[in-house]
Structure formats: structure tokens, C-alpha cells
Design a protein around this ligand. Structure first.
Ligand code: FAS
Ligand code: PHB
Length: 389
């Protein structure tokens, strides 16, 4: 088989890249090691920036999003027993949309199927080759039969544990990492959200987040020790702990119910530089990971593939390599701003086991400054709604 761009990974990055390239007339094939059902079964992000929504509109995959997504103008910060609203729209003119990553993935999968584009699921032993030459190729095994795809470019959209970044010689990579000393225990429940907007809570017992997937389905998180296991957390223990970490009004009004999903995710900040290796390009979690506190992971995958799809379009339409030569620097400039913001939100809102009372008081001072300063809350808002692409 031959194609212009071989995409490894059918998560949000790979699927959105595939649709953008299709819109630009650039032939592409996606290779995914899991089944569609497995990919759709992963419960992950829930919040989209306007730039991400615009890209989904561009590839005609935003219809359901506009019907079912919830537009939010602000968030609430809870600390010292009180809640404080940050009106992000008032200072930025922008909003965020609550719409689960699962739904984004399904919409992109359906758009790809409707366009009759090639996606190969359950592809085993996917491996990029010769990306340091002008004739890169990708091999894989499907139903026990070995296959090869010859291509002009390879897009590594295969997430943090993928094969693309792992195929780059260690000497060609510089990585930056911070692993946080806690994780997020998250649950999904068919219960109405406790508040119309998200509540980020800094509490002496640990961080908590009240978010949602719709007006009938809630998503909640509590900070938990890294060595906790989900089996140690009954639903009742989760609800009791969550209600201890939010303000009294939220605790009193919270509707609890059985969890329909419960999992623990570790938190890390990670960036691999550069994002280009000859004719292979990394995008999304394959290149960078942020703690979900800033709701940036999925949105960074979107800006990466926005830049990458434009670069490929320039290569084929304008016969120019400027875009592909500039991709890594352009993407990393936005990535690092989001990495900083996600680290800052995480540092301000979580209790760090080995930091004492002074650090806790500094967090409260930072939060008090945020909710009492237009300049400070505008800075949070412009990062949260998404910096320009
Ligand atoms: P993905 O990891 O989504 O997709 C990569 C795809 O590549 C997967 O389908 C995988 O099966 C496939 N793949 C891997 N190796 C392969 C191989 N060798 N061959 C072929 N295919 C291969 N972000 C937020 O903004 N908010 C959140 O609340 C949030 N919660 C998260 C919770 C968890 C547990 C995790 C892991 C991430 C969370 N994220 C969150 C971040 C998440 O949303 C990512 O940023 C987003 O999935 C990035 O999309 P991709 O880059 O496409 O990577
Ligand atoms: C979510 O809805 O899952 C979500 C929202 C905002 C975050 C993290 C997770 O910062």
C-alpha cells in the first residue's frame, strides 16, 4: 500500500489530523493497535477550547458537539470554605465547551467512515522505518499477515506509550519531565452536576474537581496517593471524601449515585523535543503530557495537528518545506505555554505530601490574589480558554 501520510494512532490527534489532511486533499492512512470499541471505552478529557471546536467544525465533525456540548463562561475556585467565580468570558470574550473526548473520538471516527478513508484497527507490531530517508515506510501485522505502507511522511499520533517516539534514537531526543507525587481518582455517574460550572477545590485533605459530561452525567475527581488502587475506593468512600473537600453548599446539594466508571490516572508533565525526526513528526501525547488540571491535553493535540496539517498542505500545494521545517518550533512554543499553565494550576491546587504549612499558606495567598485581582484572573482566564494557535 502507498499513501502520502501514514498516521500511527487513532486517538483525537490521529483522527483529527486524518480529517484535516483529507480536507486539504492529502491522502492518508491511520493504523491503530486497538479496536474501535477499546478506543471509545477510554474515559479521558472533557473540555474543549474554541480553537479545538473550530477545527472540528472545519472537518464537519462538530454537529453533535453543537447540539449536546455545554458552553461555559467561567469556572469556580473553592478554598477556605468559600467558592469564587472567575468570569473568563468577561475578560477574554471566549468560552469553553464541555464535551467528552469519547464523543469527539466517535464524531471523528464517523466522519472518517463517511469519507471512506482507510483506518486499520487491531494493527499489531506497528513500526516506523527509514524516516531519516526520503522513503519512509510503516510495517504492521493484521490477522497474522505482515503488511507495509510506503509513504512520504509518518505522523506519530500514538500517545505517551506509543512506538513512534520509542523508535527515535535516544541521542536525537531531549526529554523534560516532572512526575507529581499523587494521582487523580475519577468517577463518572449518571447524576446531575452539583453546579452549572466546574469547581476546582484546594482543600487540606487534597484537591477535588467537580465537572460533567452533560446536565445528567457528572465527572468528579479527588487527588489520591500514587500507591492507591481503585479497588480501595468504594463509591461511598469516594462520595464521602469528595464532599469533605468541597464547600458546604456543594456538599449539601451534591446528588450521589453509583459510579459507571472509576479509575486512577497518574499525573506528569512531560515534553520530548524536537517533534520532528526527518520525515516522522510527533503530535499530541506522543510528544507531550500535561497534568489534566489545566484541561490542556486534548487541546494541545488539536493545535499540534493544526500546525502539522498546514505544513503538509504547504508541502504538497505550494511545494514549500517551510511548514514542515518550522513545525517543531511552532508547536513547542504553544506546548510549553500550556505545560507551564498546567504545572502552575496543579501546583496551586494540590496538597504536596512533602511540603509543609508554609507552602499551603502560599497556595491560599495565590488563590486570594487570583480572585481579588482583575489582572491575575485575566491571566488565568486567557490560558484556560486557550492561547491563540
Ligand atoms: P491518545 O493516547 O489519546 O491516542 C493514541 C492512540 O494511539 C491510542 O488509540 C493508542 O491505542 C494508539 N497507539 C498507541 N501505540 C500504538 C502503536 N504502537 N501502534 C498503533 N497505535 C498505537 N486531557 C484533558 O485535557 N483533560 C482530562 O481530564 C484528561 N484526562 C486524562 C485521563 C487519562 C487516564 C489519560 C491517559 C489522559 C487524560 N487526558 C486528559 C489527556 C488525554 O485527553 C490526551 O491529551 C489525549 O488523549 C491526547 O490524544 P492523542 O495524542 O491522540 O493520544
Ligand atoms: C473533565 O471534564 O474530565 C475535566 C475538565 C477539566 C479539567 C480536567 C478534567 O481540568
Amino acid at each position: 500500500m502507498r499513501t502520502k501520510v501514514a498516521i500511527i494512532g487513532a486517538g483525537p490527534a490521529g483522527l483529527l489530523l486524518g480529517q484535516l489532511l483529507h480536507a486539504y486533499g492529502v491522502d492518508n492512512v491511520i493504523l491503530e493497535r486497538q479496536t474501535p470499541e477499546y478506543v471509545l471505552g477510554r474515559i479521558r478529557a472533557g473540555l474543549l477550547e474554541e480553537g479545538t471546536v473550530a477545527l472540528l467544525e472545519k472537518v464537519a465533525a462538530a454537529g453533535r458537539l453543537h447540539q449536546e456540548g455545554l458552553i461555559h463562561h467561567g469556572i469556580e475556585l473553592a478554598f477556605d470554605g468559600a467558592r469564587h467565580r472567575i468570569d473568563m468570558h468577561a475578560t477574554t470574550g471566549k468560552t469553553v465547551t464541555i464535551y467528552g473526548q469519547t464523543e469527539v473520538t466517535l464524531d471523528l471516527m464517523n466522519a472518517r467512515k463517511a469519507a471512506g478513508l482507510t483506518s486499520i484497527y487491531s494493527a499489531a507490531e506497528v513500526k516506523p522505518h527509514d524516516f531519516d530517508t526520503d522513503h519512509p515506510r510503516v510495517t504492521y501485522v493484521k490477522d497474522g499477515v505482515a503488511h507495509e505502507i510506503q509513504c512520504d511522511f509518518i505522523a506519530g499520533c500514538d500517545g505517551f506509550h506509543g512506538v513512534s517516539r520509542a523508535s527515535v534514537p535516544a541521542s536525537a531526543l531531549k526529554t523534560y519531565e516532572r512526575v507529581y507525587p499523587f494521582g487523580w481518582l475519577g468517577i463518572l455517574s449518571e447524576t446531575p452536576p452539583v453546579s452549572p460550572e466546574l469547581i476546582y477545590s484546594n482543600h487540606e485533605r487534597g484537591f477535588a474537581l467537580c465537572t460533567m459530561r452533560s446536565t445528567k452525567r457528572s465527572r468528579y475527581y479527588v487527588q489520591c496517593p500514587l500507591d492507591d488502587h481503585v479497588d480501595q475506593w468504594s463509591d461511598q468512600r469516594f462520595w464521602d471524601e469528595l464532599r469533605r473537600r468541597v464547600d458546604q453548599k456543594a456538599a449539601d446539594e451534591m446528588v450521589i449515585g453509583p459510579s459507571i466508571e472509576k479509575s486512577i490516572a497518574p499525573l506528569r508533565s512531560f515534553v520530548a523535543e524536537p517533534m520532528r525526526f526527518g520525515r516522522m513528526f510527533l503530535a499530541g501525547d506522543a510528544s507531550h503530557i500535561v497534568p489534566p488540571t489545566g484541561a490542556k491535553g486534548l487541546n494541545l493535540a488539536a493545535s499540534d495537528v493544526h500546525y502539522l496539517s498546514q505544513a503538509f498542505r504547504e508541502f504538497y500545494d505550494d511545494k514549500s518545506s517551510a511548514g514542515i521545517d518550522g513545525y517543531s518550533a511552532r508547536a513547542l512554543a504553544r506546548v510549553w505555554k500550556a505545560v507551564r499553565f498546567s504545572w502552575w494550576m496543579t501546583s496551586m491546587l494540590h496538597r504536596f505530601p512533602d511540603e509543609g504549612d508554609f507552602a499551603a499558606r502560599i497556595q491560599i495567598a495565590e488563590l486570594n490574589y487570583l480572585v481579588s485581582s482583575q489582572a491575575a484572573s485575566t491571566s488565568l482566564s486567557e490560558n484556560y480558554v486557550g492561547l491563540p494557535f
